[in-house]
Design a protein around this ligand. Structure first.
Ligand code: 5AD
Ligand code: SF4
Length: 478
């Protein structure tokens, strides 16, 4: 899971509606939210749903019945923005057809493309009513009101107020409808300025949410039945805050505190930068049972020359040493990473170093991309671009290796007895899909009433994207 994944619209309507709920639904305006990109956008979509719920909107999965269509966009690579513009072209036709029927359709663009393109979206896409940035979406109801009164709105300021202070809390029913795992943003923005990356420009500099806000939100999630929380941040392990003890806390301290919340069975965090893996965090992996043994720790490239040009501020050897320390603390940890091939100036020899580092680490999962020039980043000024066909060939070689490692990891799980968090109904009746400690989807025979329980299962086989398991009856429990 990463910035390249297109995820479904986030907030799902509750499966079963009471009479009152049904009445609310039929009288309310409806919003369809399409989420592109990373987990943080998934989280933001749920919070935009909360902001709109406070304004009388209910979320719908059916674009056809929506009065408001909101695209929560991603700007990390070129094609992402192109996708948004072509989606907006299709929505313009839909809006015209609606207007002919005398029905309203409002269109909003949120997220990183909104932040980066701003006014340009209004110029290129006349159907858009509202453009709202990742730091201002608590003002979405106000922006919609202005747009409805006839003035299209661009609101992409870095707001002085904290959006989290202004958003209505997610209701218990909404949390329930979203399942037993949840994201919780603890940090936003990035000060690392890797030379290929737009994030420091679209999401701004690093900001950490305060400890009390995070703990309150985590407790609310758990109260509503969430068992697994993934802490999110563009640079999550740069999170810092003042603890209730008056000390400066790092992410490790925060994890220790969250692990004490009764009922919060599992913790994860993503995405991390190698430079910010401090001792406290590594210790947390050693000591906290609820901190899952899975770590997404991108390295991007293996050659020190390219790492330097990327401004990653560490060498390949330093990355490998760090992983050794993490594995010494938590031997069963599964590693995940991100890679870029074809950064300007990357030679065959540099690329061989990327393959070497992959061989050394042995990843359980990974994401790899061709370098894509992002206007405004230092990388965009480099002249030594790698030809497209070379990028394609390198990506194929890298992905073949990574996919083999991923398959080998899945195979190595067969025969193991593990804890499985039952998450959602499976494709076949009588089957439930659960999540392994290593973030794999696992199919098992179980009752849907057991969703939310953690059961012991034995892995008995592998499929293309998931594992198969049988209950290890004698050890069953929650
Ligand atoms: N080109 C290709 N991949 C990129 N990523 C970030 N910026 C670019 C870019 N300009 C990748 C990195 C990052 C992941 C989220 O997306 O690997 O870790
Ligand atoms: Fe982008 Fe680098 Fe910051 Fe990650 S650490 S968000 S790749 S600038």
């Amino acid at each position: 899971m990463n910035e390249h994944v297109t995820l479904p619209a986030a907030p799902a309507a509750p499966a079963a509606l009471g009479a009152d709920d049904a009445a609310i639904r039929s009288n309310s305006r409806k919003v369809f939210i399409k989420t592109y990109g990373c987990q943080m956008n998934v989280y933001d979509s749920t919070r935009m749903g909360d902001a709109l719920a406070g304004d009388g909107y209910v979320t719908t999965e059916d674009m056809g019945e929506a009065d408001l269509i909101l695209l929560n966009t991603c700007h990390i690579r070129e094609k992402a923005a192109d996708k948004v513009y072509s989606a907006l072209g299709r929505l313009r036709d839909m809006k015209k057809a609606r207007a002919a029927e005398g029905r309203e359709l409002m269109i909003g663009v949120a997220g990183c493309v909104a932040q980066a393109e701003g006014e340009e979206i209004l110029r290129r896409s006349p159907a858009v009513d509202v453009v709202i940035g990742p730091q201002t979406y608590h003002r979405l109801p106000q922006a919609l009101k202005t747009a409805r009164a006839g003035t299209r709105v661009v609101d992409t300021e870095y707001a002085v107020e904290d959006k989290f202070e202004h958003l209505p809390a997610t209701s218990k029913a909404q949390i329930r409808s979203r399942g037993v795992t949840a994201f919780l943003t603890v940090q936003e923005g990035c000060d690392k300025f890797c030379t290929f990356c737009v994030v420091p420009y679209t999401r701004g500099s690093e900001v950490s949410r305060p400890v009390s806000q995070i703990i309150d939100e985590a407790k609310r999630l758990v109260d509503a039945g969430v068992r697994e929380v993934t802490l999110l941040g563009q640079n999550v392990n740069a999170w810092a805050g003042e603890g209730p003890d008056g000390r400066n806390w790092s992410l490790g301290d925060l994890l220790y505190t969250l692990a004490d919340i009764p009922g919060l069975a599992r913790l994860r965090y993503t995405t991390s930068h190698p430079r910010d893996m401090d001792d406290k965090l590594i210790d947390a992996h050693r000591n906290l049972r609820s901190l899952m043994p899975y770590l997404h720790l991108p390295v991007q490239a293996g050659s020190d020359r390219i790492l330097k040009a990327m401004n990653r501020r560490h060498t390949g050897a330093e990355y490998l040493r760090l992983i050794e320390r993490i594995r010494a603390a938590r031997p069963d940890i599964a590693m995940s990473g991100d890679f870029i091939v074809g950064f300007p100036g990357e030679t065959d020899r540099d690329f061989e170093d990327t393959l070497k580092i992959v061989e050394e680490v042995n990843y359980a999962s990974a994401f790899s991309f061709k370098y894509s020039t992002r206007p405004g980043t230092p990388g965009a000024d480099l002249t030594d671009q790698v030809p497209e066909e070379v990028k394609t060939e390198r990506l194929e070689r890298l992905q073949t290796l990574l996919l083999k490692q991923q398959a080998d990891f899945a195979t190595s799980c067969v025969g193991k007895t593990i804890d499985l968090l039952l998450e959602k109904p499976g494709r076949m009746p009588g089957q439930v899909i659960g999540r392994s400690p290593w973030l794999q989807s696992v199919n098992v025979d179980a009752k849907t009433s057991q969703i939310g329980e953690i059961i012991r299962v034995r892995i008995i086989g592998t499929g293309p994207n998931s594992l198969f398991a049988e209950p290890a009856e004698s050890l069953m429990g929650s």
